[in-house]
Design a protein around this ligand. Structure first.
Ligand code: DX5
Ligand code: ZN
Length: 230
């Protein structure tokens, strides 16, 4: 991975925002420079929690021009890809573990006009994606077990990011590498150094007293991973 192709984005995760003040929280991080937002959808089946659906996404679409990155932690995602795309998703990711026909699902997302991503749980090996890497727009490495914000980063995620970056370089592919879970000042530079460019951050941004300042500080820390890359 060369520095020239890496453009680091911090994606504030709305799961950690105050849901009664979503619009205000989005305005704060946008004023700080955020151009992408992460939107977690949970169904209480694939993961043990419930979150937001298309009515919320539709409302947010009206108040922001930011890229809305929808992370589907749901069973049968094919049934919902169309309505999330219509509600305003710019990118949609589905879990490898929920997709027996992963190639078809990824192509469906693209047909609906969104960028297509595939997500790996911490226990799912990178090699399970070898057949679809040529068609994906991005791969999301979960660095916690999905379901909740505010969990601790699992360090073996760095190896998986590195394995993806190695495949991307070797095969001459252009997919982005996203990482989600427990990202903060202590590991943001490490995940960038390993090869990631989209860093989801929930608690470390919206758990701070000033989310805008936290966003700026985290972006600066993450960019140090680029400078340290040799
Ligand atoms: C967890 C979600 C994450 C979550 C991350 O299942 O997919 O997007 O919001 O939150 P933090 O950054 O607090 O771990
Ligand atoms: Zn997420």
């Amino acid at each position: 991975m060369t520095d020239s192709v890496q453009m680091i984005e911090i994606l504030p995760s709305l799961l950690s925002a105050d849901f009664a003040r979503l619009g205000a929280h989005i305005a704060e991080v946008e004023a700080a420079g955020a151009t992408m937002l992460h939107f977690d959808v949970m169904d209480g089946h694939f993961v043990p929690n419930l979150t937001m659906g298309t009515p919320v996404l539709q409302s947010l679409r009206k108040i922001t021009r930011a890229h809305l990155d929808v992370h589907l932690m749901i069973t049968n995602p094919d049934d919902f890809v169309g309505i999330f795309a219509e509600a305003g998703a710019d990118s949609i990711s589905v879990h490898q573990e929920t997709c027996p026909h992963l190639d078809r699902t990824l192509r469906l997302i693209q047909t609906e006009g969104a960028q297509a991503g595939v997500v790996l749980n911490p226990s799912t090996p990178v090699a399970t994606l070898d057949e679809v890497l040529p068609i994906v727009d991005f791969v999301l490495v979960m660095s916690v077990n999905p379901g909740f914000g505010g969990q601790k980063f699992l360090p073996n995620s760095l190896q998986k990011i590195g394995q993806l970056a190695e495949r991307r370089a070797r095969l001459g592919l252009g997919f982005k590498i996203e990482v989600d879970g427990g990202i903060g000042a202590s590991n943001a530079a490490d995940v960038v150094r390993a090869g990631a460019e989209w860093l989801v951050a929930g608690n470390s941004v919206f758990g701070a007293s000033n989310p805008g300042d936290a966003f700026i500080a985290l972006r600066e820390t993450a960019q140090q991973g680029l400078q340290q890359h040799v």
